[in-house]
Design a protein around this ligand. Structure first.
Ligand SMILES: O=P(O)(O)OC[C@H]1OC(O)[C@H](O)[C@@H](O)[C@@H]1O
Length: 561
């Protein structure tokens, strides 16, 4: 990309202006901001691609937002967004574009990378997926002994697992009647053993999902699956009916024994954590059908268009990205919670964890110099209302500021009695409680009204007081359907991009995960029964633990005690 270095982030008039804004806002309570401005909700609400963002419960005013926008412009954010969509090499360390948006671009449009339009090959692959999914669903493609498939086991890890697993789970109400989807990721043998235990090899289809086709966990699990298949009556010839791969390394997949025609492509311009829109989404398409998979893409494309064209002030990913930076730099927030109030979205936080933390967990700028500011936050979360009875305590009364995203559909797929109204009330009451809190005096008065003696009420009031002034976004969608979900995931992808652009880091590489893999190879050898030959090269802790495992643990030969 024609990358021209950005000036230092924290040494600029725009940064000084933000610091001033933060000093002004820090002592102010959101209760007062709401009291002063009855239009705060409509003023700080945006709608796009079927999603509504209410960001009024944030510690912001028009002037702090204007200062954030000025910062975004000084970081040439609009130019960076343009570069992403134009297919420039925004992944500078790997010298590649990041073209996940091209995966959801309609066939009538073009995304040209160095003279070549990538959209036709994307749609060619979608059509191949469509044919394959149709053959599996109709029973035209059958397993050994002519039985139609009843189960699909997707084997992959990281981006080749989290996205497809989360989306399949989120779209549970759309699942094909006769097909169940399972996911195996962990190298822990319990994962695949537990999955296969309940399956019949005659009716089980395996998808081996790996962009690199080099990932230890995936290859070990794929080998275990093949062994199980063969040990349970499958022949080598039948492997070609039961094993399909998605990878950018077609030859490697063939070497593994997967028929060439059963290999779906992936491209090096798609990062693993952005790949659920590609053939890596095959488990999703098998679970919910190709029409729904295309709706997922359409929802994401609608968000792409919003992100690409909306002015920064009306741009949902831009606003969410800037708010994250605001809290992490000026309010000392170290983490960010994602709380979907929808049972089927319970794995969304895990997907966003990889998306955000692998993208923006970086310590040097694009030019290789160290950052002198915090970058990506710790992302965590879980399904509401469950968390209310667990970790919300820390959100309300802990000493750390944790900005929250509440995500809530207006309609449930299971409108049981008044469950959905209760769920919605829970969601709103949490964001309201975080915002307004309960001052000492209120806690005291409440206890007095319940008849508690004054002295006891005074004693307990500080324990019951809740400071409030805790920021949150509320994201609403009509229901968790393919289109809305596509838009929601794409929104977070773009939010991560915005923050990476502001911090001037490469959000598309992940060198940090490599060291453990390198060291793992040596350690794994040393854990073998005869692996301790020669001088130990490790630190005493690692050597001691290796020794202990060799003496007391169960090695690869299963010879442990
Ligand atoms: O799809 P694969 O090549 O098997 O990679 C699977 C995963 O492996 C990693 O170590 C990367 O950190 C992830 O970004 C990637 O998604």
């Amino acid at each position: 990309m024609t990358y021209s270095p950005l000036p230092p982030l924290t040494d600029s008039p725009e940064w000084d202006a933000l610091r001033e804004q933060a000093e002004h806002l820090r002592p102010r309570h959101m209760r007062d901001l709401f009291a002063e401005d009855p239009d705060r909700y409509p003023r700080y609400t945006l709608e796009a691609a079927g999603l509504l963002l209410d960001y009024s419960k944030n510690r912001i005013t028009d002037s702090s937002l204007a200062a954030l926008m000025a910062l975004a412009r000084s970081r040439r954010l609009e130019e960076r967004i343009g570069a992403l969509f134009k297919g420039e090499r925004v992944n500078t360390t790997e010298n590649r574009p990041a073209l996940h948006a091209a995966l959801r671009t309609p066939e009538s449009e073009a995304v040209t990378v160095e003279g070549q339009d990538v959209v036709p090959e994307v749609h060619h692959t979608l059509r191949r997926m469509e044919t394959f999914v149709g053959q599996i669903h109709s029973g035209q493609w059958r397993g050994m002994n002519g039985h139609p498939f009843t189960d699909v086991v997707s084997i992959g890890i990281g981006g080749s697992f989290l996205g497809p697993q989360m989306v399949s789970e989120a779209l549970r109400p759309y699942w094909h009647d006769q097909l169940r989807c399972h996911f195996v990721a962990n190298i822990d043998g319990s994962d695949i053993s537990d999955t296969l235990r309940h399956l019949d090899p005659e009716t089980t289809l395996f998808l081996v999902q790996s962009k690199s086709f080099r990932t230890q966990e995936t290859l070990a699990n794929a080998r275990a699956a093949r062994e199980w298949f063969v040990e349970n009556g499958g022949s080598q010839e039948q492997v070609s009916r039961h094993f399909v791969a998605v990878t950018s390394q077609q030859d490697e997949a063939e070497r593994f024994g997967i028929a060439r025609d059963n290999v779906f492509p992936m491209w090096d311009w798609v990062g693993g954590r952005y790949s659920l829109w590609s053939a890596i989404g095959l488990p999703i398409a098998l679970a919910v059908g190709m029409d729904n998979f295309r709706s997922l893409l359409a929802g994401a494309h609608a968000m792409d268009e919003h992100f690409r064209t909306a002015p920064l002030e009306r741009n949902i990913p831009v606003i969410m990205g800037l708010l994250g930076l605001w809290y992490s730099h000026f309010f000392d927030a170290h983490s960010h919670a994602v709380l979907p109030y929808d049972h089927f979205l319970k794995s969304l936080p895990a997907h966003l964890q990889q998306l955000d933390m692998e993208s923006n967990g970086k310590q040097v700028r694009i030019n290789g110099t160290p950052v002198d500011y915090p970058t990506g936050p710790v992302i965590w979360g879980g399904a509401g209302a469950n968390g209310q009875h667990a970790y919300h305590q820390l959100l309300h009364q802990g000493t750390r500021l944790v900005p929250v995203d509440f995500i809530m559909p207006l309609h449930s797929h299971n409108p049981l009695g008044d469950h959905h109204r209760l769920l919605f009330a829970n969601c709103l009451s949490q964001s309201q409680a975080l915002m307004r809190g309960k001052i000492d005096e209120e806690a005291f008065e409440e206890m007095r009204a319940e008849g508690m003696p004054e002295e006891k009420a005074r004693e307990l009031a500080p324990h019951k007081a809740i400071p409030g002034n805790k920021p949150s976004n509320t994201l609403l969608l009509d229901r968790v359907d393919p289109k809305g979900l596509g838009a929601l995931i794409a929104l977070y992808e773009h939010k991560v991009f915005v923050q990476g652009a502001l911090w001037d880091i490469d959000s598309f590489d992940q060198w940090g995960v490599e060291l453990g893999k390198q060291l793992g190879k040596t350690i794994e050898k040393r854990l073998e029964a005869d692996g301790g030959q020669g001088e130990p090269r490790e630190d005493s802790s690692t050597t001691g633990l290796i020794q202990l495992f060799r003496e007391r643990g169960q090695g690869i030969s299963g010879a442990g005690k």
